[in-house]
Design a protein around this ligand. Structure first.
Ligand SMILES: Nc1ncnc2c1ncn2[C@@H]1O[C@H](COP(=O)(O)OP(=O)(O)OP(=O)(O)O)[C@@H](O)[C@H]1O
Length: 226
């Protein structure tokens, strides 16, 4: 069964051919890393797979919807309901506590506040950051904030998590904890993970690697060492 099937994606950004004929498949529970030098098109590919950017040509079939033929509103709805996102700098809302940050996707999806709070707390406990649930970004460590961002990405049970340099701002010990929690929690729910990273240790969590160079896939389906 395929969760996401991207075919022959090409996209020009300004004067740069950011993607050229890129194809990627994702099955439920897959963990795929996207590596490659700076400027090779990794983030652009991730954004096309997630329906944030629409390629000039090619198709992105996600759970039977072609994201390249969907309206902005439809793609936003699919992202909210079926996808989770983790970025390099957590992007937690600083005015909210950790648990309030994790409640957000559920509340946007219409879950009652009390239920959203319970589910967010359970998720934070699972990621071993339940003790900082009532803290704000200013008082928790970078690793705790990033595990909270992972909790927020997973709390609404998405089919896929997109993570762009999720450990890029952390030291290696904290980064490993974030990766362990991300991959373990996603796998236990059958969610796929797409990771953009420069870091071979982060990529070693993946089942498959896609290496980009100048907007093209250089090598796909390499077996990870882990
Ligand atoms: N909005 C834009 N306008 C013009 N060119 C862009 C734009 N966004 C990205 N590019 C160019 O597209 C190419 C691919 O960028 P992208 O950010 O996908 O690379 P990347 O591999 O993720 O790089 P990095 O590792 O540095 O984040 C680069 O040459 C970049 O300069």
């Amino acid at each position: 069964m395929t969760l996401l099937q991207a075919r022959d994606l090409s996209l020009r950004l300004g004067t740069t051919q950011a993607l050229q004929d890129v194809s990627v498949d994702l099955s439920p529970g897959d963990v795929v890393s996207i590596m490659g030098p700076s400027g090779s098109g990794k983030s652009t590919l991730l954004h096309c797979l997630a329906g944030v950017l629409v390629p000039d040509s090619g198709s992105v079939l996600f759970e039977s919807t072609d994201l390249t033929r969907s309206s902005d509103a439809e793609r936003s709805r699919i992202r909210l309901q079926r996808m989770g996102f983790v970025f390099q700098f957590g992007d937690l809302i600083p005015e909210l506590t950790m648990v309030e940050n994790v409640m957000l996707p559920l509340q946007l999806l219409g879950t009652k506040r009390s239920e959203a709070r319970d589910r967010a707390r359970t998720m934070l406990d699972e990621l071993e950051v339940g003790d900082v649930a009532d803290g704000t970004v200013g008082v928790v460590s970078g690793g705790q904030a990033q595990r909270t961002a992972v909790a927020r990405a997973l709390v609404h049970e998405p089919a896929v998590i997109f993570a762009d340099e999720p450990t890029g701002a952390l030291d290696s010990a904290a980064g490993e904890l974030v990766m362990d929690s991300l991959v373990t929690a996603a796998q236990s729910r059958g969610a796929a993970v797409v990771l953009v990273t420069h870091d071979a240790r982060v990529a070693s969590y993946a089942h498959r690697n896609v290496t980009m160079r100048d907007g093209r896939v250089r090598a796909a389906d390499l077996t990870s060492m882990r």
